[in-house]
Design a binder for this molecule. Sequence first.
Ligand code: TRP
Length: 479
Amino acid sequence: MDENKQRGQWGSTFGFLMASIGSAIGLGNLWGFPYKMGSTGGFAFLVVYLILVVLVGRLLMMGEFALGRKTGLGVGAYAKLGQKYKVIGWMAAFCPFLILGFYSVLAGMTLRYCVGFLVQIFGMDGFAGQGSGFFGYLLYDTKSMVLFLALAMLVTMVIVMGGVQGGIEKFGKVAMPALGVILIGIVIFVAFQPGAIEGYKFMFKPDFSQFTDPKSFFNVLKVASGQMFFSLSLAMGINITFGSYLAKDKDIQKNALIVPFSDTLFALFAGMMILPACAAFGVDYGAGPGLLFASMQNVFLDGMGGMVGNVIGFLFYFLVFIAAITSSIALLEVLASGVVDKQIAKGKNPNRKMVSILFAVAIFIFALPTAMDALGSGGAAVPAPFELLGLEIGGEGYAMWNDCWLDLYDMITEGVLMPLGALFMSLLLGWKFPNLVKDECEASGHKFRGEAYTKFAFRFLIPIVMAIVLYTQIQAFFL
Ligand code: TRP
């Protein structure tokens, strides 16, 4: 029997691309990219990020697509290559759990802003009298943070349980382009604000001062690499799974170019929306994980103002919420389907609903500290990691990984587990199975391009870059 038919396949390359791009574009682009660029010096981050995506991320994605199509599996692909590689699959499968531990909090916050603007449209005050200073207020409003986290998790869970992803994905196909359009609109609006030019200079004006000091260079490399993993949904089995549904005649190499390109474009727009807005409205570029919320509130309430600001603000946060929810669904789905597949393999009767509920509850509990530590602003309901360690903000030992629970979860996934997974994967594809990617790409009848570089990258470049990233991470940890 045709195995592929039974497992299901993408109807078209377009469907495959939409799913891959849909998983890639999310809060990583809109929230993560601008704040990480803001915290690590603008231009330096941008350059390192672009180089990493071109030299490393694109190949990791291609490798994952090929691995999935070759084995016809998701994270289980590694075990199929050899039982001893199983652990790479496990590492990958653990990441969605940790990521959801903060992704859900952020999704909840976007929902809170969305509701706030909706209320304002009807002439009421949606931001507790705080206006553009609302962000600082929300962080300490523990009840709201937990309530909206619960709502975001509930929406995600209900969709995964009900198996109505098909519907929400169709909706996503409209919502994503709409988000792109509104993003460009806001970019143009921000460009006309006095002082915005400084934001572009921060992003695009060549400044190599960060590269002369090894410590700051490695820090930029580490943060940019983490961002690449997160934004391209790499090293967590997602692209392997997508590849497994891709028909043999489709061009893997081309698709592994289109997805990173689209993702980077979205991230760039988000950067060009937020950083010039910071410059125009006096928000600190390095404000950290809250940058998106803090800066955009000024744009909608002070820059645009009135009804226009309320309507655009509502639309913006509504679309960002949809983007966040489609990603959350994929993340919870990876976890739930992993367990369901295991139960089936063991001959048990899988209980999909129960599994989804258990994961959702576990993630909700796990996400509570990220919702309650005021993103490390200090003195919140739950102490941030640096407070538990007895450190002072900005003092000795205070670092990005211990400044709040969100950054800690982030560091464990995109700072450690993902680079480690990528290190193992590229060693496997470079040395153990050196022809797997090329053969799989050529199975479609397309000639493989850049063979020499691909070999070099999987054998040497990627493992070395990953080793440096891991080393820098460990060093930052034991500061
Ligand atoms: N790439 C997504 C973003 O930028 C986040 C993400 C990471 C993701 N891994 C994923 C989304 C897996 C869906 C599935 O926001």
